[in-house]
Design a protein around this ligand. Structure first.
Ligand code: SAM
Length: 278
């Protein structure tokens, strides 16, 4: 039998009794990084042998694991954190077990995106999880556009290095949306920040993020009531507080948001802000 065993995403105490029991009883444990997993296993006095299973050897390791399972061995599969096979190795072996009709079971436990979703306090009757966002700017924008058109909460894993780039793209694509950043869940510096992309961009520019991050995009509300001229100007001024955005970009955004022509907005902005810089 293959056991998919969830392990903590930060706080070592977040492990179930079944997980500890299973890890103790198995013939061996497949894990991503043996040094990392030793730490957890030592903490719980688990002496079961470890074998590495990571994205580079999963295909190769598969055959020997399948043979061991056919012989009747009990094997646990863990990842560095949380639920195996969720943005972590495991799915290939599970799928191969299904093909060979070998038994697989789950010992559930922590998962970062489910924890973040619950913590957001948002309606979660409909959500999508997309794993890590793409690295290249073009693919990132394409992915974000797709998420923004989804009628539900979208969830992605993010890195501290790329967070500002993602927030900046969101400022351009959909400045009104509510974004939640769940950081370092279950750890000492656990933090949940909710705001518009611009508010969060400003916050994380001042306090560069560290650690592990889940990013959530709230379901968009129905179209808001049309803005009057004063509100349009305030909106443009607010966007311009983000130093990376030019007046013409701000006008394009506000025009898109309000279904107005750019020409009309240029005229309003010219009168109110006294500028030709469009
Ligand atoms: N299998 C894991 C799970 O069940 O959530 C996910 C593994 S994936 C390789 C690692 C990513 O999960 C991190 O880069 C981060 O985006 C997210 N993550 C993991 N632990 C987290 C935590 N304590 N707080 C916030 N995000 C976390």
């Amino acid at each position: 039998m293959l056991y998919l065993v969830a392990t903590p995403i930060g706080n070592l105490a977040d492990i179930t009794l079944r997980a500890i029991d299973t890890l103790k009883r198995c013939d061996y444990i497949l894990c991503e990084d043996t040094r990392h997993s030793h730490f957890l296993l030592n903490h719980y006095g688990i002496r079961t042998p470890l074998k590495s299973l990571h994205k580079f050897n999963e295909a190769m390791r598969k055959e020997s694991v399948l043979n061991d399972l056919k012989k009747g061995l009990h094997i646990a599969l863990i990842s560095d954190a949380g639920m195996p096979a969720i943005c972590d190795p495991g799915s290939r072996i599970v799928s191969a077990c299904r093909d060979k009709e070998l038994e697989v079971t789950i010992i559930p436990g922590p998962c970062a995106f489910i924890s973040a979703l619950a913590l957001s306090g948002w309606e979660i009757d409909r959500f999508q999880f997309v794993g890590f966002l793409p690295k290249s700017q073009g693919k990132l924008e394409k992915q974000l556009k797709a998420l923004l058109s989804y009628d539900g909460t979208s969830i992605a894993y993010e890195t501290p290095k790329r967070l500002l780039k993602t927030l900046s793209a969101l400022v351009s694509l959909q400045p009104n949306i509510q974004v939640a950043i769940a950081r370092e869940l279950t750890k000492i510096h656990e933090e949940l920040k909710v705001g518009t992309p611009e508010q969060l961009f400003t916050y994380y520019s001042n306090y560069p993020p560290r650690g592990e991050i889940v990013l959530l995009l709230e379901r968009r509300d129905e179209a808001p009531a049309p803005m009057n001229e004063q509100e349009l100007i305030e909106r443009i001024k607010k966007i311009l507080r983000n130093k990376e955005i030019s007046l013409s970009q701000a006008i394009r955004l506000v025009a898109q948001e309000n279904g107005l022509s750019r020409k009309k907005l240029y005229e309003i902005a010219h009168l109110a802000l006294g500028t030709n810089d469009c």
